[in-house]
Design a protein around this ligand. Structure first.
Ligand code: SF4
Length: 227
């Protein structure tokens, strides 16, 4: 059992009794018996924060339950919200290409998000991504903690600062942790890199440069996993 993940789930569970209204959180919905199927089914009905109200569906993690590496992004995007699968949009294509170049098969890793519902704002007919607030990240972290408790991966890879916020339990700067292993409340081996959407948003030549740095990070991860 991943002890750190267990402690984290309990620590972030809403307090009951004592006269105060408990903070809402996904902890109310995490089932006692863990399996990918039971977690996905329970998460589909989660109302642990308000983000479920405007999203199409919960987008839960996907991948083998014995994965060595768990990749965690920020939240589903527009295409993920419609399809119900993580990392199927433009950022997912960048991630898949980078993983392939680094020799890490996508089908061998478990891929999920720190926040399981799409947060967006309307701009005409488009739904534009909005970064989740810290309270929303904290509310959703019990799902990530449960996924890690079940899978017990060797490495937790945070794609971007929102995922790192969930793992560290507080805000961190990318440059302080990028490409390194750090012990966090969610994993003794937490690795931080950029979110592939950061590559998608850039113009050339910065896009090519940032993509190469992303692949270099994943190469470093592959070498760590090979030890
Ligand atoms: S974002 Fe997370 S905590 Fe909020 S409703 Fe969705 S699954 Fe539940």
């Amino acid at each position: 059992m991943n002890e750190r993940a267990r402690i984290d789930t309990e620590k972030r569970a809403p307090k009951r009794g004592g006269g105060e209204s408990p903070a809402r959180s996904a902890a109310d919905f995490v089932p006692a018996r863990l399996s990918i199927k039971s977690l996905r089914t329970a998460a589909a009905g989660c109302t642990g924060c308000d983000l479920y109200k405007r999203a199409t569906q919960t987008v839960f993690g996907e991948g083998p339950s014995n994965a060595t590496i768990v990749l965690v992004g920020e939240q589903p995007g527009d295409q993920e919200d419609r399809s119900g699968h993580p990392f199927v949009g433009p950022a997912g294509r960048v991630l898949e290409r980078a993983l392939t170049e680094a020799g890490i098969p996508r089908h061998a890793v478990y891929i999920t998000n720190a926040v399981k519902h799409f947060k967006w704002v309307a701009r005409g007919k488009r739904r534009l991504h909005q970064r989740p607030r810290e309270g929303e990240i904290d509310a959703c972290t019990p799902w990530l903690a449960a996924e890690l408790r079940l899978i017990e991966p060797r490495f937790l890879v945070c794609l971007g600062v929102t995922a790192a916020r969930a793992a560290f339990g507080h805000s961190v700067r990318l440059k302080d942790h990028r490409g390194k292993l750090t012990a966090t409340p969610l994993s003794p081996n937490t690795f931080v890199t950029i979110h592939p959407s950061a590559v998608v948003r850039l113009r050339e030549p910065e896009r090519t440069r940032e993509y190469a740095l992303f692949v270099a990070d994943l190469n470093g991860l592959r070498d760590l996993a090979a030890r």
